[in-house]
Design a protein around this ligand. Structure first.
Ligand code: ATP
Length: 634
């Protein structure tokens, strides 16, 4: 049992005179979490923090939770912190009266801007003793920084960060800067934050704290686990702390699923599929189970929300609001619905469509559609929406219904409009030959392959955010070479020579390891790029150049690139195979005791705008691919 979990928070007077949670209490908890790798201990530290703050009401707890997950708003609002290094360097320089060059030198020595800010604390310019920072004040300042735009906003941001830094004490500057960078990296996963919310809510409603709280947790593990599972599942349906936390403080966790439900206007985390390498694998998985095959369309995932009041919104796989990009879908969605269909959430793929030839166009065409449209005449790329699921209908969530039922409701609640709104083509098949034929047909029809899904019973419910074995993807490419493509983060580049003078000649890519929160290099890549890709790469990546590699980059000396980038861009890549490597670091120590895994003959496929660096292929997925390749060779 962590000793520190006993400590009480000393509340301070906030700007409005009310009692407020000091930022130092949060930083103290961060430091304790960072100092341990034990999941139970982390859970206990955060539970204790939340329990104390719960007594200060929903607003402060919500702010605190957002800071713990390093955000200032729900993911779907796309309000990002992620302040660039150069701006933070300016703010640290301004708060400490040093030149940006000196701060940059410190960064080279210490490798982490948070540590630079902490080390420079003694040099801060202060006019008398500043008031202690509160969680509310930091959160509000962060929100303003994240939402302010325009020419004057840069200087305003520098000033605001510098003011916060001047008020920092102890370890506050370190965490303040890391939060602003969007790289807290203390090993606190969102799943642990949700579990801590569940535990603290039970203790809060029972009026327990200190030793009696710990005793309760130790003796009634079952109930605490159930509460954590309930909150996680509620959060997948309604990923919005602003909505969940006030209810959690007022009500027992058991009532949460009835009070916080899937809501049109708030995207649900999409269900994901498992890759398979052979049709025989599909049959093995679904032996004795009813399943259905659908075309796997190659476009962009579009979750279409239509509300009772007539408003409509479209969200991407990443929960990003793409309503502007797909304003034509927003305008037309209601017209595809039958008159009795008032509110709905559809899961679809938006695919580029040739209106003259009436056929699907390649994914590359869709990428040329502008992100911000507005006028019909600007619309060069037309899309057709292929609906494959219905998640909500006329006030009712359908997530727990079987796919068979959801499909039945989908087919009966809408009208097809060829070239604009269609259902994913599907067939219920059961032999290798028939599935192979259907796969070939899908490729012929410009699709990527098939999605194979459980059709009936509980196992066919919609599982938000899960990469479920109830959905398998079969891509044509899998059948040769290494299964799925990889989505990798661009961490560095090499200067171009000869024909590539003026653009980058090649790039250094990395996968993501969520356990250690590190990016591990996996290959250099120089193939698969068109001239346009190379020019775009140079233009887009310049803004992410950093003087030194991040402390959480794992790389071999011999692969050091000429420039380093912040983890920002994700590229889809294919390769001939995977091999054990002494210089690359992906899944290091997992397949071989002290070596990593690398890609052989990697080829650039496309930019993945819809994936954040943390959504990149993980080290464990790389390991899986390596192992299944080995199995195939046996
Ligand atoms: P993942 O989403 O699994 O991480 P990814 O983004 O690279 O990987 P794919 O591996 O190509 O996506 O497969 C899943 C995607 O396929 C879905 O997110 C969806 O956009 C698309 N898709 C196309 N047709 C269908 C369909 N019939 N059912 C479900 N998804 C489909």
């Amino acid at each position: 049992v962590a000793e520190g979990a006993e400590s009480k928070i000393m509340l301070v007077k906030g700007d409005n005179g009310n009692m407020a949670v000091p930022f130092s209490a949060l930083c103290e908890a961060f430091a304790k979490v960072e100092a341990t790798t034990k999941r139970l201990e982390i859970l206990e530290i955060v539970t204790d923090l939340f329990l104390e703050i719960m007594k200060c009401g929903p607003k402060q707890l919500t702010e605190c939770v957002y800071l713990c997950v390093n955000r200032v708003a729900p993911e779907y609002e796309s309000i990002e912190l992620g302040i660039g290094e150069s701006l933070l360097i300016k703010a640290i320089a301004s708060a400490t009266g040093r030149t940006p060059e000196k701060v940059k030198n410190d960064l080279k020595a210490l490798g982490d801007l948070g540590k630079v800010a902490e080390a420079n604390r003694g040099k801060q310019l202060t006019m008398g003793a500043p008031k202690p920072l509160t969680v509310s004040k930091v959160f509000q300042a962060f929100r303003d920084i994240a939402t302010s735009t325009g020419a004057a906003s840069m200087q305003k941001k520098v000033n605001s960060i510098s003011r916060l830094l001047v008020s920092c004490k102890g370890n506050e500057a370190k965490y303040l800067i890391r939060l602003l960078e969007g790289k807290l990296r203390i090993g606190l996963a969102e799943q642990s934050v949700l579990a801590a919310l569940a535990h603290s809510s039970i203790l809060y409603h029972r009026g327990l704290n200190g030793k009696s709280a710990k005793k309760a947790i130790a003796s009634e593990d079952g109930e605490f686990q159930e509460a954590a599972a309930t909150i996680k599942s509620v959060f997948n349906e309604l990923p919005d702390y602003d909505k969940i936390i006030p209810v959690l403080i007022k009500e027992e966790y058991k009532n949460l699923p009835d009070l916080c439900k899937l809501t049109p206007g708030i995207p649900v985390k999409p269900m994901l599929a498992h890759p398979t390498k052979a049709i025989s694998e599909v049959l093995d998985r679904f032996e004795g189970i009813a399943f259905t095959c659908e075309y796997k369309y190659d476009g962009e995932r579009a979750q279409v929300h239509h509300m009772d009041d007539g408003r409509c919104m479209v969200f991407s796989r990443n929960l990003e609001n793409t309503s502007e990009k797909y304003f034509d879908i927003v305008k037309a969605a209601k017209t595809y619905a039958k008159s009795e269909t008032k509110s709905f959430i559809l899961d679809c793929e938006a695919v580029a469509w040739d209106r003259e030839k009436e056929c699907i166009l390649p994914f590359q065409v869709l990428t040329t559609r502008k992100r911000k449209l507005g006028k019909e005449e600007d619309l060069k790329v037309q899309v057709c929406l292929f609906a494959f699921d219905l998640l909500y209908l006329n006030g009712e969530s359908l997530l727990r219904e079987s796919l068979e039922k959801r499909r039945e409701l989908l087919y009966s609640s809408f009208d097809i409009r060829p070239g604009y709104f269609q259902y994913a083509i599907s067939k219920d098949l059961d032999s290798i030959e028939d599935i192979q034929k259907f796969l070939d047909d899908s490729i012929e029809g410009n699709c990527e392959g098939l999605m194979v899904k459980t059709l009936q019973g509980e196992d066919s419910s919609y599982e938000p955010s899960k990469r479920s074995r109830n959905w398998l993807k079969v891509k044509k490419d899998y059948l040769a070479g290494i299964g799925d493509s990889l989505d990798l983060v661009v961490v560095g580049a090499y200067t171009g020579k000869g024909k590539r003078t003026g653009v980058y000649g090649g790039y250094l890519l990395a996968c993501y390891d969520p356990d250690s929160e590190t990016y591990q290099t996996i290959c250099k890549i120089g193939t698969g790029f068109s001239e346009q890709d190379l020019e775009n790469g140079k233009k887009e990546l310049e803004q992410y150049i950093i003087p030194e590699p991040k402390s959480y980059y794992s790389f071999g000396e011999s692969t050091k690139p000429d420039v380093w980038f912040e983890p920002a861009r994700v590229w889809e890549v294919k390769a001939a195979d995977l091999s054990i490597s002494p210089v690359y670091k992906a899944a290091e120590g997992l397949a071989d005791s002290n070596k990593g895994i690398s890609l052989r003959f990697p080829r650039f496929i496309r930019v993945r705008d819809d994936k954040a660096p943390e959504d990149a292929t993980t080290s464990n997925q790389v390991l899986d691919m390596y192992q299944s390749q080995k199995l195939n060779q046996q």
